[in-house]
Write a protein that binds this ligand. Sequence first.
Ligand SMILES: N[C@@H](CCC(=O)N[C@@H](CS)C(=O)NCC(=O)O)C(=O)O
Length: 224
Amino acid sequence: MSGLRIYGIARTRAFRALWMAEELGLDYEHLPIEIGDAGARSPEFLKINPNGRLPFIDDNGFVLFESLAITLYLAKKHSLGGLYPSTLEDEAKAWQWSFWAIAEVDRGVNIWSLHAVRLPAAERDPLKRDEALKVLAKPFKVLDAAVAKQDFLLGGTFTVADLNVAAVISRAIDMDLSASPNLKFWLTRCLERPAAREAMALKNKADKETPPDVIRQIVRINRL
Ligand SMILES: N[C@@H](CCC(=O)N[C@@H](CS)C(=O)NCC(=O)O)C(=O)O
């Protein structure tokens, strides 16, 4: 065992950390705890992550929260010059795309997936779904252009920049992406990687096993 523990059921943003751990071939422990009072907000886990949110990791006593900080940390620790760029400029680009994903598309994709796919059909709000699509249209054009002439965000090879952005928008794979064909091919390329498939299998299983009340709780807690 590498001493790395990843906390959070794979349906949550823990998926991002799991995908990275799989890319790196790490021998990690996955603790698939739930959101809310029975899980991340219980006194036991609030002691580790006072935010009460998922994911967080404990890497041999080093605790870290924020999903994309976790992926950047793991990539730099285990794959400097590989998944993690070795030049100052490419490192900055990886941060750029990671912050961009959180700021520009994370919430929109989440709202879209809840109101297009994950909530029971009768409880989906088409206005929220359509508004999310409007919010996503411009940033998706930016991403589409970024991968129009190169296979990956930093050039010819897959890096943590691709993993972070693709993981944040992974649920958009169920969207009609015909207006962003380059984005669609790039996202498919990223999600077809063996490590992504492993993590997606965990996520899909968790999705299937999630009761509607938990989905309702997600909508309520985060006002989505
Ligand atoms: N920016 C944080 C967001 C963490 C977050 O909101 N996690 C969700 C699960 S995907 C959560 O724990 N929600 C339940 C809650 O806030 O109680 C990250 O990327 O790690």
